[in-house]
Write a protein that binds this ligand. Structure first.
Ligand code: PMP
Length: 440
């Protein structure tokens, strides 16, 4: 990169998951956010169609969250989480445990989705060891799964680009096939009809490895980052049943689906399947302060607690676990969700969203449309020789026309703040439609 084609003040920051060279030639700078909107540094208003990055579920700069963070910063900036506590950590865990599915009432705090995944995987391995079945060391993920970017997460994850640069990863990992089946399920509204049988892949892996070697299976109820893949009817139920038959823990990665995205606080509740652990992040603080959490079945937690009383039960934690600012933000967030009924609002808006989204069927390049609650994907045919580029051009066009979307491969992903109005859904979908018509 030469200094002639960009501003050298942009050089130092190595941006994550970004085409740095392209970006720095034509930067997109966000300066402010409120409610459903961002504003760019040159004052353009942008309607937020992705809740920032699937996280700002209550919309931006909500007063209770802002005030909670400001007050906490003045009162106590930091508290060590090891062998010490602070009231808001306990209060937040207690409030969260009221929202989680039955039994998942123990909460371990982290700082991100990636850390939640690592924590859950380690907890699963340690759990089997603590109860005397240490041979269960194998972890099962799924093709097209996204579980963050740490080594455990990319190992159980199923995205080649996130894996291939980084060597051999964790050993003892296997994968289920993904559930995307456009031949049978294209343009399904809500849950696709076909594909529950894909859960039987787990039986195949049990036959191959033996259940006594398998610790846990991790899947996203809805795979978000790899194109919004909705679980086929009956698939998650079948996975739960097979796990139960073989003593395998089931982990749902709800980093995206948690906190109202599907019409209930958690997708586990929406789909009626209770896992053994849930990994969460993003919406837990409405994206305002980094925080993640693992929600754990009480029986799993109690297995650790039944060990020798003088020992630390689980040798794991982060300097910033249960950070006071994050806990304050989390309490402000839950209050905001509760005040406005946001954790079930996606159910109210789902039909409007689905109708608008599926109205794009028939536009050039559109090969599939998928939706559930307030999350949706519009898949385009890739431009020959340039995978992902056509959808990215739609993103650029939408951004230029005042709407923020996200693309993953050739899928356009929408997951707006849960406060969105019907009119704003219309604006997003019309902007996307116009962009699709403009791209080649
Ligand atoms: N799991 C899932 C399902 C996710 O969607 C994400 C992030 N999009 C992560 C884990 C990782 O979260 P983070 O970026 O906060 O580490």
């Amino acid at each position: 990169m030469t200094t002639a084609d960009h501003d050298p003040r942009l050089d130092a920051y190595w941006m994550p998951f970004t085409a740095n060279r392209q970006f720095k030639q034509a930067p997109r700078m966000l300066a402010r956010a409120e409610g459903m909107h961002y504003w760019t540094d040159d004052g353009r208003q942008i309607l937020d169609g992705v809740a920032g990055l699937w996280c700002v579920n209550a919309g931006h700069a909500r007063p209770k969250i802002v005030q909670a963070i400001q007050q906490q910063a003045g009162e106590m900036d930091y508290a060590p989480p090891f062998q010490m506590g602070h009231p808001k950590a306990f209060e937040l865990a207690d409030e969260l445990a009221k929202l989680t599915p039955a039994g998942l009432n123990r909460v371990f705090f982290t700082n991100s989705g990636s850390e939640s995944v690592e924590t859950a995987l380690k907890m699963a391995l340690a759990y089997h060891r603590v109860r005397g079945e240490g041979s269960r060391t194998r972890l099962i993920g799924r093709e097209r799964g996204y579980h963050g970017v740490n080594f455990g997460g990319i190992s159980v994850g199923g995205i080649v680009t996130n894996r291939k640069m980084f060597g051999t990863l964790l050993s003892g990992v296997d994968h289920l096939r993904h559930t995307h089946d456009p031949a049978r399920n294209a343009f399904s509204v809500g849950q696709p009809e076909h594909g529950a049988d894909l859960a039987d892949d787990l039986e195949r892996l049990v036959a191959l490895h033996d259940a006594s070697t398998i610790a846990a299976v991790i899947v996203e109820p809805i795979a978000g980052s790899t194109g919004v893949l909705i679980p086929p009817q009956g698939y998650l139920q079948r996975l739960r049943k097979i796990c139960d038959q073989h003593g395998i823990l089931l982990i749902f990665d709800e980093v995206i689906t948690g906190f109202g995205r599907t019409g209930q606080p958690f997708a586990s509740q929406t789909f009626g399947v209770v896992p053994d652990m849930i990994t969460a992040a993003k919406g837990i603080t409405n994206g305002s302060v980094p925080m993640g959490a693992v929600f754990v079945q009480q029986a799993i937690h109690d297995t650790f607690m039944n060990g020798p009383a003088h020992l630390i039960e689980f040798f794991h934690g982060y300097t910033y676990s249960a950070h006071p600012l994050a806990c304050a933000a989390g309490l402000g967030t839950l209050a905001t969700y509760a005040d406005e009924g946001l954790l079930t609002r996606a159910a109210t808006m789902a039909d409007t969203f689905a109708t608008a989204l599926h109205g794009l069927r028939g536009l050039p390049h559109v090969v599939d449309i998928r939706n559930f609650g307030l999350v949706g994907g519009i898949e385009l045919a890739p431009r020959p020789g340039e995978p992902g580029k056509r959808a990215f051009d739609v993103f650029l066009d939408c951004f230029a026309h005042g709407v923020m979307i996200r693309t993953t491969g050739d899928t356009i992903a929408l997951s707006p703040p849960l406060i969105i109005s019907a009119e704003q859904i219309g604006q997003i979908v019309e902007t996307v439609a116009a962009a699709i018509r403009r791209v080649v």
